[in-house]
Design a protein around this ligand. Structure first.
Ligand code: NDP
Length: 265
């Protein structure tokens, strides 16, 4: 885990809607997470970028600070309980107690069941489900402390339309992992809502990111390319826009579940 000095260099112009908030975004080294970090920072939040590729998030945090935003990079793997515990300590010390957590880190490995790609199944369940649970659990104490201090507190879980709708065959385990994310979100809403934490489950459709490039299956790469030919995929910024909207509503306004997808999908 690495962090940078000089975190508090905020001088730039955001709209300031999220001024004073401390936002942790997992999976911030690319795609939706990177765009969300930029957007929340532009709105005035201190953002903490979390991912495994430390050099990538460090570069992004540096660029954000250079633009006058307040940003910190913390290298961590969401499947490591120890790593997450260390991340919570570093973040709380350097950025203050978080009041906004975007559980966005995720992986996707398509493949028909008969191929029995057990390692990839485990990886998806580990990162997408257990990783999200571990991350939320690790940050719960500071999030609850922020809520008790009267601050607005949000947990945003990035699920997928894959969890609730008919999604392509060959996605059984990914679909199951995202169905779990949405189920967890519903339960957390009941558990944390009364304690002052707003929980939102966002279910994106096709977004133009590197997610589909993780698979080594040629057939899957081709079918993903076909999806991009059939639909005008959303841009990561468009998801970031929705996340920024949700977390900047007055504290009593909840949007428990949002589907954000290309019009044709
Ligand atoms: P990307 O592949 O661009 O981003 C995935 C991010 O997750 C990366 O920053 C990666 O960082 C991080 N990550 C992966 N494993 C871990 C781990 N063990 N610990 C910490 N971070 C990890 O894809 P997207 O931006 O598309 O994905 C973001 C989320 O959106 C995912 O949950 C995905 O399932 C969901 N989603 C995406 C859709 C799409 O069409 N793109 C549609 C619906 C949902 P690093 O490798 O540096 O650790």
């Amino acid at each position: 885990m690495q962090t940078q000095p000089g975190l508090r260099s905020r001088t730039g112009a955001g709209t300031g809607d999220l001024g004073g908030r401390v936002a942790v975004i997992t999976g911030a080294s690319g795609g939706i997470g990177a765009a969300t970090a930029c957007r929340l920072a532009a709105e005035g939040a201190t953002v903490v970028l979390v991912a495994r590729r430390g050099e990538v998030i460090e570069e992004s945090a540096r660029a954000l600070r250079g633009a006058g935003r307040s940003a910190l990079a913390v290298t961590a793997d969401v499947t490591s309980a120890d790593g997450l515990a260390r991340a919570v300590d570093v973040i709380t010390e350097q950025a203050g107690a978080p009041d906004l957590l975007v559980n966005n880190a995720g992986v996707m490995y398509p493949g028909p069941l008969h191929e029995m790609r057990l390692d990839e199944w485990r990886r998806m369940l580990d990162v997408n489900v257990l990783g999200l649970l571990q991350t939320t659990g690790a940050f719960l104490r500071p999030l609850l402390a922020s809520a008790r201090a009267g601050r607005q507190v949000d947990v945003v879980n990035v699920s997928s339309i894959a969890g609730t709708r008919d999604f392509s065959p060959e996605y059984a385990v990914y679909n199951a992992s995202k169905a779990a994310v949405s189920a967890v979100s519903r339960s957390l809403r009941g558990e944390l809502g009364p304690q002052g934490i707003r929980v939102t489950d966002i279910q994106p459709g096709l977004v133009s990111t590197g997610l589909g490039e993780q698979t080594t299956r040629t057939e899957s790469r081709e079918s993903i390319a076909g999806l991009f030919e059939r639909h005008q995929a959303l841009e990561p910024d468009e998801l970031a826009d929705v996340i920024a909207y949700v977390v900047s509503r007055p504290p009593h306004v909840g949007m428990p579940q949002l589907v954000v997808a290309p019009v044709t999908q």
